[in-house]
Design a protein around this ligand. Structure first.
Ligand code: TYD
Ligand code: MG
Length: 470
């Protein structure tokens, strides 16, 4: 080739590399995420490999001879965050906190700097805000602690020597996009820079036994490398979600080498920073409309904790040949499948309606255990009949309209009982297991088992139907 190739196109979402620009990344199928980057040549070949994570010692030992034991941990000072982390921060681990800009990552980590039971100094390295800005935020949050030290260094090599000299117990790096390594020629925030910086921080965390929390912005715009390319390198990935216009925030463990992934914690953004929400169900169901069509309540399991969620649906006659299907917090494909089941089984004429389906509170729902609740909310809006009052709906819906069993039903029912639900529609497949394990049924909702969507709708809409026939 005539042209000398010293640039490469790298996907800012998944890290896929290509010699030419492509509109769609073959690695992750995202559009417009490939950005041009210079090939890094400044690193001398004698240096340690930078992308393979940290280099441990050379000794090879038998697995039998390795001493097992709990990793030393310390509390973040926020019990909900500790739960998501699997029991607090592990000493010498690298935690990545990702989220949209403005969601509250810096606020959360400044609060953690203050509250964490780290035995020693907490170093806050900020490339985003000046020292006085951080001080102002700390004053607003009522934080004035002498154990927090600040640095606005953005060079990785300089930050590394600060860490080696001070050996803090906890270090916050805000954010990975502002840090750069002098070894690499591309701009801060580029894929090769964020990868290099993260690999360097991982080596430091392991070798100096410092817990490092790394902030990473996620942007839809592919110009800035998102933390997605870093997920495989770090020990723990926490994702901070929610609508920045609302007060509700969710912190989810996407990956955790030291605990269960999928754990979820709720926070509320107030004038005094973030406060933990222990009882998420009551907040999510607080202003629930009663006795109106188009709403159903289900119990989702996020990690180990059940939460009650309201699903709302609105169906309106469509003016388009291809009706609209809009979902918030739900997988569009899954909702499409449930609408197809509804059409096939009830000949409901649903293709003449636009459908809007929503999980209240900005929560993202991925569990199939909530299928029947989605179907119920849609059916309720379509027929304009409210769902039987005080009833929780659980079950996965199959393509033939059968209701399939869901996992951990006992915990979901206990949460329903706490919130005064008097009855629950459950998959027939769960009956044997549930009746065997739960002798004590006092205070539990009445359990109604169903095997098909027909049985479910007959029970859920029966009383109102009678009322509606004049
Ligand atoms: P921030 O932590 O700066 O977000 P990130 O670091 O993820 O970009 O949070 C910014 C938002 O939080 C901002 O819109 C103001 C709001 N906020 C409060 O509502 N209360 C507070 O006490 C603080 C410090 C911030
Ligand atoms: Mg910030």
């Amino acid at each position: 080739m005539a042209k000398k190739n010293n640039t490469l196109f790298v996907c800012s979402s998944c890290g896929y590399e290509s010699s030419g620009w492509l509109g769609r990344c073959p690695g992750c199928s995202e559009w417009n995420t490939l950005v041009e980057e210079r090939v890094a040549t400044a690193t001398p070949p004698s240096q340690k490999p930078s992308r393979g994570g940290w280099t441990g010692d050379d000794a090879v030992v038998s697995l039998e001879d390795v001493r097992s034991g709990e990793e030393p941990r310390f509390s973040s000072g926020l019990p909900e965050l500790d739960r998501v982390l699997g029991g607090g921060f592990v000493t010498g681990s690298l935690v990545l906190v990702g989220g949209d800009p403005g969601i509250g990552k810096s606020t959360l980590l400044l609060q953690v700097s203050h509250l964490a039971r780290a035995k020693g100094e907490v170093l806050y390295i900020s490339g985003e805000e000046s020292r006085s800005q951080i001080r102002m935020r700390a004053e607003r949050l009522g934080i004035a602690t002498s154990h927090i030290t600040l640095s606005t260094q953005t060079s990785f090599e300089a930050a590394a020597s600060i860490l080696a000299a001070r050996k803090p117990a906890l270090c916050i790096v805000d954010s990975v996009q502002t840090m750069y390594s002098e070894e690499i020629t591309s701009a801060p925030g580029s894929v090769s820079q964020v990868r290099e910086v993260t690999a360097g921080l991982l080596r430091l965390a392991k070798s100096l036994q410092i817990t490092i929390v790394l902030v990473g912005h996620v942007t839809k715009d592919g110009a800035i490398a998102g933390p997605r390319v870093l997920e495989h390198m770090v020990d723990t990935v926490l994702s901070f979600e929610g609508e920045s216009s609302g007060a509700f925030r969710m912190l989810r463990a996407i990956k955790n080498r030291f605990g269960a992934a999928g754990e979820l914690a709720f926070f509320e953004m107030t004038g005094d920073g973030l406060t933990e929400v222990r009882n998420a169900s009551s907040l999510l169901l607080a202003d629930r409309p009663m006795n109106v069509p188009g709403t159903a309540v289900t119990a989702a399991l996020e990690g180990t904790r059940p939460i009650l969620l309201e699903i709302q649906a609105l169906l309106t006659p469509s003016g388009y040949s291809a009706p609209q299907r809009l979902c918030q917090g739900l997988d569009r494909g899954r909702v499409g499948m449930l609408l197809a089941v509804l059409e096939k089984k009830f000949s409901s004429g649903i293709n003449n309606f636009d459908a809007y389906v929503n999980v209240v509170g900005g929560v993202k729902l991925t569990e199939t255990a909530c299928d029947l609740a989605i179907l119920t909310a849609v059916f309720s809006s379509l027929r304009d009949i409210p769902v039987r009052p005080g009833t929780l709906v659980l079950g996965e819906v199959g393509l033939t309209g059968e209701i399939r069993p869901v996992s951990q039903i006992g915990r979901r029912l206990t949460e329903a009982a706490r919130f005064g639900f008097t009855s629950c529609i459950l998959p027939g497949g769960n009956k044997a297991g549930l009746e065997r394990t739960r002798e004590n049924t006092v205070g539990m909702p009445e359990r109604i088992y169903v095997d098909t969507v027909f049985e479910a709708t007959d029970i859920l809409f029966a009383p109102s139907r009678k009322g509606n026939t004049k």
